[in-house]
Each structure stands twice: as structure tokens, then as C-alpha cells.
Design a protein around this ligand. Structure first.
Ligand SMILES: *[C@@H]1O[C@H](CO)[C@@H](O)[C@H](O)[C@H]1NC(C)=O
Ligand SMILES: [Cu+2]
Ligand SMILES: [Zn+2]
Length: 180
């Protein structure tokens, strides 16, 4: 009886902690090389233990109001005004598209973020395609996130560039996705 009680207590108290530890967490501290750090922000990434959902939350400041392309790029390096981050993360050699076109999109295609009239974007991105563990070929860990000057047309722009970059324009800021 005492043993069962003790086991019950153990399960009750231990389960949430174990699950919490199995959520994979990472962060991305933005760096703006071109505008003296006008664009700033820190993103938190979390892959849920049960559902595989990856959540990206956080706030980005210093943007022009409106939409800005937001992608995972191949490399988590910042050199040459973020161009060293390389192209969109695209392990399956697909055309550029929007987040809801998965799996027929670049793995890194997270669409747009929206900056309000104060130039602040409140991020709440939920994506079932990118991963931070298990499926290595989909893993965004160590890779870069880039925030662009212009809206991403999600591959519907009707030109070649649309199928590569979504015509999202210059790279305003970038960061490397790092585990804690
Ligand atoms: C980076 O951007 C700044 C400001 O636009 C520019 O002056 C500089 O030449 C750029 N550097 C490189 C390596 O492209
Ligand atoms: Cu991009
Ligand atoms: Zn893309």
C-alpha cells in the first residue's frame, strides 16, 4: 500500500518535469549588420515532446510596418550582411513556397511576419515541418533565420525569383538557432 502510494506520488510529480525536459528548446538572437542594429529581437523555439510541433515565439523591433519574409536559411553565419547564411534551407530541392504548402516547399519557408504600426512583430509561428530533433534532414539547429525587408510572395509572384526567394528582398537581420 505504501509502495503504491509512493509510486503514485512519484508518477504525479515526475511526469510533467520529464515531459518538460523532452521538449527541445532553442533560441535565436538577431543581429542586424546593415542598420546599426535597428532591427532587434530574440526568438524562442520549442519542439513539443508529443506532437512534434515547433513553436517560434518572440518579438522583433525596428521593422517597417507590414509584412516581412521570414525563413530558415542554410547556415547560421552572419558575414557579408547575412548573405553568408546562404539560400533558404532546402534539403529536398523544392521550389520556394508558403508554410502551408508543406511538404512541397523549402523546409525553411516560414512565410511572413507582420510588423505593426510601431514596427514591432509579435511572433507566434507554429510549424509541423521543421524539426529540432529526430529527423536530422529536417533539423534547423545551427542554421540561420533571416528577416527580410520585403513581403514574401510565397512562390505566387509569377517570376523565377518568386520560386527561389519569394522576392522578399534585402536581409535586414539574421541569427543562429542554438540550443540552450
Ligand atoms: C553591408 O551593408 C552596408 C550598408 O548597406 C554596406 O555599406 C556594406 O558595404 C555591406 N557590406 C558587404 C560586405 O556587402
Ligand atoms: Cu530568407
Ligand atoms: Zn524558400
Amino acid at each position: 500500500m505504501n509502495l503504491i502510494l509512493a509510486l503514485g506520488l512519484f508518477v504525479l510529480t515526475a511526469t510533467p518535469i520529464v515531459q518538460g525536459q523532452r521538449d527541445t528548446r532553442a533560441y535565436c538572437q538577431l543581429y542586424d549588420p546593415t542598420n546599426r542594429n535597428r532591427v532587434q529581437g530574440r526568438l524562442t523555439l520549442r519542439q513539443q515532446y508529443n506532437t512534434q510541433l515547433v513553436q517560434i515565439t518572440g518579438r522583433i523591433y525596428g521593422l517597417r510596418p507590414g509584412l516581412h519574409g521570414f525563413h530558415v536559411h542554410e547556415r547560421g553565419t552572419f558575414g557579408r550582411n547575412c548573405s553568408n547564411a546562404g539560400p533558404h534551407f532546402n534539403p529536398f530541392n523544392q521550389n520556394h513556397a508558403g508554410p502551408s504548402d508543406a511538404p512541397r516547399r523549402h523546409v525553411g519557408d516560414l512565410g511572413n511576419i507582420y510588423a505593426n504600426n510601431w514596427g514591432v512583430a509579435n511572433l507566434a509561428i507554429y510549424d509541423y515541418f521543421i524539426r529540432m530533433r529526430e529527423r536530422r534532414e529536417l533539423s534547423i539547429l545551427g542554421r540561420g533565420i533571416v528577416v527580410h525587408a520585403d513581403p514574401d510572395d510565397l512562390g505566387r509572384g509569377g517570376n523565377d525569383e518568386s520560386l527561389k526567394t519569394g522576392n522578399a528582398g534585402a536581409r535586414l537581420a539574421c541569427c543562429q538557432i542554438r540550443t540552450f
